[in-house]
Design a protein. Structure first.
Length: 332
């Protein structure tokens, strides 16, 4: 073998060796990082954020490896409520109820703003929620954030939702089904289901939870979903709390600008297929994430969230003893 070929073989060997060492180092680095199991909903914007963290490796960038536990929204919250999953999608109302039942859940970092809307048929005469008094209304059950927030907004208007509306308490698929069949006069549903229904041209929104809550809280907006954790995990892993916060804050900012990521997962996470559905879903969904400039903890936002929960307790939405758990919900 001449010298030229010897050098070619040697160069190829050392290149392969270098790539192998680099790959091994990368894998070893990931293996050395602590693994964190996180409950992620297999539909919706929170799941989109979790997938963004996985796709962009924001977990490893911030010093941990995220092990996703995909499940339905209600199942994720049930698993956290019994301590079977240490972290995951959390909302303040369900977390407060978990505390009342003996599972202290804490809210680490906000991710989404309220994105629930009251939809009515496009040709119906209804102009606002008060026009639906005495009418059939589809929504989720009493233990959900949607129900609790709607109950709060209506009680502030002097309306009892159980007696002043004819309620149908259902899951997302059933809510859409009864609306499309004409079995109800209106439905409370969230994104990106809203986008799909609006894209069809048969429905229109007459109330948005985000705007209504701002009116009641002097311009401040409460957050709907957070990355939350059970208190025992936080106490055992205090060094991971800022890392989780950083990853989810980066995901919230990144998802707002990554149209390709949304389109890639639109079918799986939102059941959006038609071009007009995907286009509308993208334009509406990117506006419901936590503001890019948000610095957390934010005293004004935390104050608004606490005010909402305290007033909701005073209105009878939560039992009186819930008040003693409100301050502890938010990790400083």
């Amino acid at each position: 073998m001449n010298n030229h070929k010897i050098w070619q073989v040697a160069a190829g060997f050392f290149l392969a060796l270098g790539l192998a060492v680099a790959y091994t180092t990368q894998v070893q680095g990931a293996v050395d990082l602590p693994t964190v199991e996180v409950g992620l909903p297999e539909d919706g914007v929170f799941g989109l954020g979790g997938q963004y963290i996985l796709d962009k490796k924001l977990d490893q960038k911030n010093g941990f490896v995220m092990k996703p536990r995909w499940a339905g929204v209600a199942e994720v919250q049930r698993l956290m409520g019994i301590g079977a999953v240490p972290l995951g999608l959390s909302v303040s109302e369900v977390s407060l109820r978990a505390n009342l039942k003996g599972t202290p859940i804490r809210l680490l970092q906000p991710y989404q703003l309220p994105h629930i809307f009251l939809l009515v048929p496009k040709e119906s005469p209804y102009k606002n929620v008060m026009d639906l008094k005495g009418k059939k209304l589809a929504l989720t059950s009493e233990t959900t954030s949607l129900y609790n927030m709607f109950d709060y907004m209506m009680k502030k208007r002097g309306v009892n939702i159980e007696s002043d509306f004819s309620l149908r308490k259902l899951g997302a698929g059933a809510i859409i089904a009864v609306l499309e069949k004409g079995d109800v006069d209106g439905a409370l549903i969230w994104e990106a289901h809203v986008s799909r229904l609006l894209a069809g041209g048969k429905y229109r929104p007459i109330m948005g939870f985000r705007e209504e809550m701002q009116k009641l809280l002097e311009g401040e907006t409460v957050f709907l979903s957070y990355i939350g954790a059970v208190e025992s995990w936080i106490k055992a892993h205090p060094d991971l709390v800022p890392k989780l916060r950083a990853a989810w804050a980066e995901a919230s900012r990144g998802v707002q600008d990554d149209e390709a990521h949304f389109r890639k997962h639109a079918k799986r996470l939102f059941n959006l297929e038609k071009p007009e559905e995907v286009n509308l879903g993208w334009s509406r969904t990117r506006t419901i994430l936590a503001p890019k400039e948000l610095k957390w903890p934010n005293p004004a936002a935390v104050g608004a969230q606490k005010k909402y929960l305290r007033e909701a307790t005073e209105l009878g939405i939560f039992p009186p003893e819930a008040k003693k758990y409100i301050d502890a919900l938010f990790v400083p």
